[in-house]
Write a protein that binds this ligand. Structure first.
Ligand code: SAM
Length: 329
């Protein structure tokens, strides 16, 4: 089987393996290989490893001997996500969920808690309910593209599925930029943007999210460049009118209601990353029209930079992102 591997000189082998493990990128299910003075370390996310500065190649790898995976015990490949040592299932059938949870606990997968989704993401804080199948704590520390995020999945929103999308946006940020993250959660946009040298104002109405956001800014050494504002972004940001070079609006379903605030916060030349849920027949039209309706009367011209389908959300419904530049005429 071909999997992504980090290639490094053998003399740097152990340091490379340890650094990849530290970033949660090591693929513990595959064997490390050595050939012609080079080591090949299997990784779970080749793109993330490349973004962290490693050389990544596709290579035949063997299943790691003596390492029991949940699939070895179940006889089928279960689907799960990992947030640090919290393992997340999305199973309809409670018996199947129980069987998978037991196999995960018995396997060699690092795991403190197994949770099954018990509701959709809901409410103002965009949090879901969970069935706890094993362990107790819903708090964890998750690593994404080299940054650490402490969070409690029972108290705050966080989706590891959006890692690649967040990275796409973060990579556009340049040192010295002024960013407003209007719906910041625990900081997965705000923290890496500050790490690239931006000055970030990060807002959230959920007090628990703001507490974790402040902790995560500290953890990642960027507290001096992140200002966390707790409360409704429409009310907490009055002193930042006309301030932002870039605005992140990751509150799909209702971001439209906040476009007037975004335009108020925008400087003379500002990029807005607007997330939305839209029908596949016209994925970008509604967002584009909403931005124009908010920005044009305020004296801005609107240029769409990117139209991106982030993921499928429901049948015929897409999670999309529109990157737009608004410039004062
Ligand atoms: N950007 C984060 C991420 O990628 O993980 C969080 C996104 S989550 C979909 C939306 C966040 O917006 C939630 O943390 C919620 O508490 C926050 N929120 C909802 N309404 C808000 C408001 N009026 N003002 C500020 N934050 C709000």
């Amino acid at each position: 089987m071909t999997t992504p591997c980090v290639r490094a000189p053998v003399v740097e082998g152990e340091a490379t393996r340890a650094a990849l493990a530290e970033r949660d990128l090591l693929d513990g299910d595959r064997e490390i290989d050595v050939e012609d003075g080079e080591i090949f370390v299997p990784v779970v996310d080749g793109e993330a490893a490349r973004a962290a500065g490693y050389e990544v190649v596709e290579r035949e790898t063997d299943r790691r001997k003596g390492h029991t995976t949940p699939a070895d015990l179940l006889g089928f490949e279960p689907s799960y996500e990992r947030l640090g040592e919290v393992v997340i299932l999305d199973e309809e059938d409670p018996e199947r969920a129980r069987e998978i949870a037991d196999a995960i606990v018995e396997s060699d997968l690092p795991c403190g808690t197994v949770l099954d989704r018990a509701s959709k993401v809901a409410g103002e804080y965009r949090v879901r309910e969970w069935d706890v199948l094993s362990g107790e704590s819903t708090e964890t520390v998750h690593r994404e593209y080299g940054h650490e995020f402490a969070l409690d999945v029972a108290e705050v929103y966080f989706s590891p599925r959006l890692a690649t999308e967040r990275h796409r946006v973060v990579e556009q940020v340049e040192a010295g930029e002024r960013v407003v993250d209007m719906f910041a959660g625990v900081g997965p946009f705000a923290v890496p943007m500050a790490a690239r040298g931006a000055e970030v104002v990060a807002c959230d109405v959920n007090p628990a999210a703001i507490e974790y956001l402040r902790e995560n800014a500290e953890r990642n050494g960027v507290a001096d460049r992140v200002t966390a504002l707790e409360g409704d972004v429409r009310e907490t940001t009055a002193e930042y009118d006309g301030w932002a070079d870039r605005i992140v609006m990751n509150l799909p379903h209702s971001a439209d209601e906040f476009l007037d605030t975004a335009v108020r916060l925008a400087g003379d030349d500002c990029v807005i990353h607007l997330y939305d849920m839209a029908h596949e027949d016209d994925p970008f039209g509604p967002s584009e029209r909403a931005v124009r309706a908010a920005a044009t009367p305020a004296g801005y011209e609107v240029e769409v930079l990117t139209r991106r389908e982030v993921r499928s959300y429901a049948p015929h419904e897409l999670n999309v992102c529109l990157d737009v530049r608004i410039r004062r005429i």
